[in-house]
Design a protein around this ligand. Structure first.
Ligand SMILES: CC(C)(COP(=O)(O)OP(=O)(O)OC[C@H]1O[C@@H](n2cnc3c(N)ncnc32)[C@H](O)[C@@H]1OP(=O)(O)O)[C@@H](O)C(=O)NCCC(=O)NCCS
Length: 188
C-alpha cells in the first residue's frame, strides 16, 4: 500500500509531484530560493531546469521504490511549497519534511500539510511513529511539530547532513507515535 496521490485538507491540497511539473517547480523554487537557502542544502542558485528535472526524476523513483513520497502543497490555483514522507529513519517510521514559498508563510499551511501527512503515514501498514527533523537554529520549522503535539525526543551532533548556511549543526528530532496520535487526533 502506498500513500494517496492527492490528499485534501481544509485549506491545502497535496498533490504528487509529476515529471511534467518542471515549470511549476522551477517557478516556486526560484521565487523561494533566498528564503530556503539558509535551511536547505539543495537550495543553491542558480536553481535551473536541470535541477528541477533532477528533483522530479528522483521524486518519481522514490514513489516507485516506496522510499519517499513527495508532494506539492497547493491552495486553489497556486503551488505554495512542497512536503513529503520519507523512509530514512528506520523500520516502522516515516519522516516528514516541508517548505513554503515565503509569500505563503505565517498562516498555518505547513502545519496543515504536515497534519495531513501524519494521518496518511499512520494509515499505511506497519507505521508506528512519525518524526520531523530540523536544525536547532530553525525555530520556525520547530513550530510545526510543536503545534501538532509532537515531542522532542533527541538532539544529534554532528548532524546527519552537512549544515546549510543558517544552521548551527544540531539536529533536533521530534516524534509522534501512532498511539499518541490516536489519543489526540491531529486535526487537518
Ligand atoms: C518551515 C516553514 C515551512 C514554516 O513556515 P510557517 O509559515 O512558520 O508554518 P505554518 O505555515 O504552519 O504557519 C505557522 C504560523 O502561522 C500562524 N497561523 C495562522 N493561522 C494558523 C492556523 N490556522 N494554523 C496554524 N498556524 C496558524 C501560526 O501562529 C504561525 O505563526 P507564528 O510563527 O508567528 O507563531 C517555513 O518557514 C519555510 O519554508 N522555511 C524554509 C524551509 C525550511 O526551513 N523547511 C524546514 C526544514 S526542517
Amino acid at each position: 500500500m502506498i500513500p494517496a496521490e492527492t490528499l485534501t485538507g481544509r485549506r491545502v491540497r497535496l498533490r504528487r509531484w509529476r515529471e511534467t511539473d518542471v515549470d511549476t517547480l522551477l517557478q516556486v523554487v526560484s521565487e523561494s530560493l533566498d528564503h530556503l537557502r539558509p535551511w536547505m542544502l539543495w537550495a543553491v542558485p542558480p536553481y535551473d531546469r536541470a535541477a528541477a528535472t533532477d528533483f522530479l526524476t528522483r521524486a518519481q523513483a522514490g514513489w516507485l521504490e516506496g522510499e519517499s513520497y513527495a508532494y506539492a502543497i497547493t491552495v486553489p490555483g497556486v503551488t505554495v511549497g512542497a512536503c513529503g514522507l520519507e523512509r530514512r529513519i528506520g523500520p516502522g517510521a516515516l519522516e516528514i519534511g516541508y517548505w513554503l514559498h515565503p509569500a505563503h508563510t505565517g498562516s498555518g499551511l505547513a502545519t496543515e500539510a504536515a497534519a495531513i501527512l501524519v494521518e496518511q503515514a499512520f494509515a499505511l501498514p506497519a507505521v508506528d511513529r512519525v518524526q520531523i527533523w530540523h536544525d536547532l537554529a530553525n525555530t520556525t520549522s520547530a513550530g510545526v511539530p510543536r503545534r501538532l503535539g509532537f515531542t522532542e525526543v533527541a538532539r544529534h551532533t554532528p548532524p546527519r547532513n552537512p549544515p546549510s548556511p543558517g544552521e548551527v549543526g544540531v539536529d533536533v528530532v521530534w516524534e509522534l507515535t501512532a498511539e499518541e496520535n490516536s489519543r489526540s487526533g491531529v486535526l487537518c
